[in-house]
Write a protein that binds this ligand. Structure first.
Ligand code: AMP
Length: 282
């Protein structure tokens, strides 16, 4: 497995693969890799000849009071895990390589509508940061396929919309969320939690599952379901950021006549912000 940090070497390897007629699948990450990330790499391997994983903690997608500085960075463990999966290349650029003139005057990509609400409302500028870095990485890696986790459901919707609206020649693949045995969605931020907190945090998936069950058995009292869910989560001591039921593709508030729903939650356990979601298809 090659580790590359400079744009010039990345471009020359991509060009060489292209000249050999090889296809490329790409998995962008912020590192601190866990089984969820590795499932994206496994999926990528089934899609293309070569798999590129990027590890870049993107300052542009963090708000001023968020955890950019303390975000876990575990490069050698990540490299070991990726090498075990026979990843072809890991791209680990520095902030200076990606944003050589800083963020203030950096060009950006904004994907309106689907970026609004949910995480977009609680984290202003977050999806501009995500869309911009993903565009930049797509232009560097030029993949045929790119894999993203359904764990970050709104992010996946933003990327799908961006690729469609801007005619990017890349197939976006959504990969189901990997969970701990108690249902907690795997996340780099789970590392901030104690064992006890991880067990408390399982309420998120339990509540999503209960709400999904209610919808799949015909309950369309969305406001009531949301209220009940919020109460169940807050009863465990978490603080709700949002709990919503939306149409799966538009992320607009669910209507009783919709067929594809997504239930999305974000909540704080202490200072740790956790997100999760579940889909219901009728
Ligand atoms: P991150 O490093 O958190 O930016 O995540 C990189 C990619 O891994 C994103 O596409 C995430 O949606 C995906 N991902 C993170 N956690 C999980 C999980 N538990 N299951 C599946 N994919 C995940």
């Amino acid at each position: 497995m090659q580790t590359i940090s400079e744009i010039k070497s990345l471009r020359s390897q991509i060009k060489a693969w292209r000249q050999q007629g090889l296809s490329i699948a790409f998995v962008p990450t912020m590192g601190n890799l866990h089984a969820g990330h590795f499932s994206l790499v496994e999926k990528a391997k089934t899609l293309a000849d070569k798999v590129v994983v990027s590890i870049f903690v993107n300052p542009m997608q963090f708000g001023k009071n968020e955890d950019l500085d303390k975000y876990p960075r575990t490069l050698s463990d990540d490299q070991r895990g990726l090498a075990e999966l026979n990843t072809d290349m890991v791209f680990t650029p520095s902030v200076e390589v990606i944003y050589p003139h800083g963020l203030e005057t950096q060009a950006y990509v904004d994907v309106p509508s689907v970026s609004q609400g949910f995480c977009g409302a609680s984290r202003p500028g977050h999806f501009v940061g995500v869309a911009t870095i993903v565009t930049k990485l797509f232009n560097l890696v030029q993949p045929d396929f790119a894999c993203f986790g359904e764990k970050d459901f709104q992010q996946l919707a933003v990327i799908r919309t961006m690729v469609k609206d801007l005619s990017m020649p890349i197939e976006i693949i959504g990969v189901p969320t990997k969970r701990e045995s108690n249902g907690l969605a795997m996340s780099s931020r789970n590392g901030y939690l104690t064992i006890e907190e991880k067990s408390t945090a399982a309420i998120l998936y339990k509540t999503l599952s209960d709400t999904a069950m209610a919808i799949s058995t015909g309950d369309r009292r969305f406001d009531t379901l949301i209220e009940q869910a919020k109460q169940a989560i807050e009863a465990k001591g978490l603080k709700i950021d949002y709990f919503g039921i939306a149409e799966r593709d538009s992320l607009q508030p669910a209507q009783p006549t919709d067929h594809h729903f997504v239930i999305l939650v974000a909540a704080f356990l202490g200072s740790v912000r956790l997100i999760d979601n579940i889909q219901v298809n009728i």
